[in-house]
Design a protein around this ligand. Structure first.
Ligand code: NAD
Length: 336
């Protein structure tokens, strides 16, 4: 049987499938509905794993919190006790974890994937983490004869439920087709970005711009309201003018301007301020390492960190509007 890489080549050049660069994965079940491992069944992971089930893939999953597993188990997934046990049973595994330390633990910890990983296993990490950690995990996986790819996502819980996520994929190009087969069950767009870590790079850049755009929209709306403008009218004008951006026209942070967004629901749901602060921290770290000036990204990072410390940690990141509204100016001191 041809491997997928040689199959693609054979269509174009009529080549035979000789032992090739793809040989480490030749034993892996390609394009078949064999079990897929899933680790991290939180806000995003749970609906993503459900979409794999909907597409007919048996799912073998685990999470540190047993209660996170209940719903998926009811839908037919097999639940195991540790990432190592999942690795023992599946040769394609997706991880969706909060941050870099969790990913390190799940891959290289005492009960981690790499303790039991089979040769040729495809490991896809969709968490948003430091690109340097993705590279470390790829090297560690390679030593065990497995393949690691980073595939962070854009789109929130709603997009995860509707299988409308965008995946930004980094890793060995020959493995992209194999990753794509699973990712298209969970997303509307799957984009190959380059070598391992580049998916994370794209994600971090997007979220830095998103944060800057959201803060800009929030302070603009706040200024306009204080100048006596109706917020809906101001949003309408911005959205037909050069100030328009995703935060102004699709996710407006001012309560009452739009329906179906977190600002209309006391900033519940959506994308948490803590996660945004984490992503901005990753952007800072990578900017420092590459000596790249990101003055607005730095400021956005500080603003979201302060918000986390002031009770906004679990609110949607558009709550920066409420945060700015609450910054009452100090009354002028007399006699200074
Ligand atoms: P979450 O905290 O809801 O879920 C993470 C899950 O991982 C939890 O259920 C947790 O118990 C589990 N976990 C942690 N450590 C574990 C371990 N050692 N072994 C097994 N399970 C473990 O987070 P989320 O909102 O699902 O986000 C996941 C990732 O996706 C984050 O990196 C986030 O930045 C990114 N992301 C989130 C959104 C969003 O809107 N929530 C959007 C895009 C990207």
């Amino acid at each position: 049987m041809l491997c997928c890489f040689c199959f693609t080549l054979s269509l174009q050049f009529s080549v035979l499938c000789l032992p090739c660069v793809c040989s480490p994965v030749s034993s892996r079940s390609m394009a078949s509905k064999t079990p897929v491992g899933f680790i991290g069944l939180g806000n995003m992971g749970s609906p993503m794993a459900k979409n794999l089930l909907k597409h007919g893939y048996p799912v073998i999953a685990t999470d540190v919190f047993p209660e996170s597993c209940k719903e998926l188990q009811d839908e037919g997934a097999q639940i195991l006790d540790s990432p190592a046990e999942v690795a023992d049973k599946a040769d394609r595994i997706i991880t969706m974890l909060p941050s870099s330390p969790n990913v390190i633990e799940v891959y290289t910890g005492p009960n981690g994937i790499l303790k039991k990983v089979k040769k040729g296993t495809l490991l896809i990490d969709s968490s948003t983490i430091d690109p340097s950690v993705s590279k470390e995990m790829a090297l560690a996986a390679e030593k065990m004869g497995a393949v690691f790819m980073d595939a962070p996502v854009s789109g929130g819980v709603g997009a995860a439920s509707l299988a409308k996520l965008t995946f930004m994929v980094g890793g060995v190009e020959e493995e992209y087709t194999a990753a794509q087969e699973l990712l298209t069950c969970m997303g509307a767009n799957v984009v190959y970005c380059g070598q391992v870590g580049t998916g994370q790079a794209a994600k971090i850049c997007n979220n830095m711009l998103l944060a800057i755009g959201m803060i800009g929209t929030a302070e603009t709306m706040n200024l306009g309201i204080r100048l006596g403008l109706d917020p809906k009218l101001l949003a309408q004008i911005l959205n037909m003018s050069s100030g328009r951006c995703w935060s102004s026209d699709s996710y407006n942070p001012v309560p009452g301007v739009m329906e179906g967004v977190p600002s209309g629901n006391n900033y519940q749901g959506g994308f948490g301020t803590t996660l945004m602060a984490k992503d901005l921290g990753l952007a800072q770290h990578t900017a420092t390492n590459t000596k790249t000036p990101v003055p607005l990204g730095s400021l956005a990072h500080q603003i979201y960190r302060v918000m986390c410390a002031r009770g906004y940690a679990n609110k949607d990141f558009s709550s920066v509007f409420q945060f700015l509204r609450e910054q009452e100016e100090e009354p002028e001191k007399k006699g200074d």
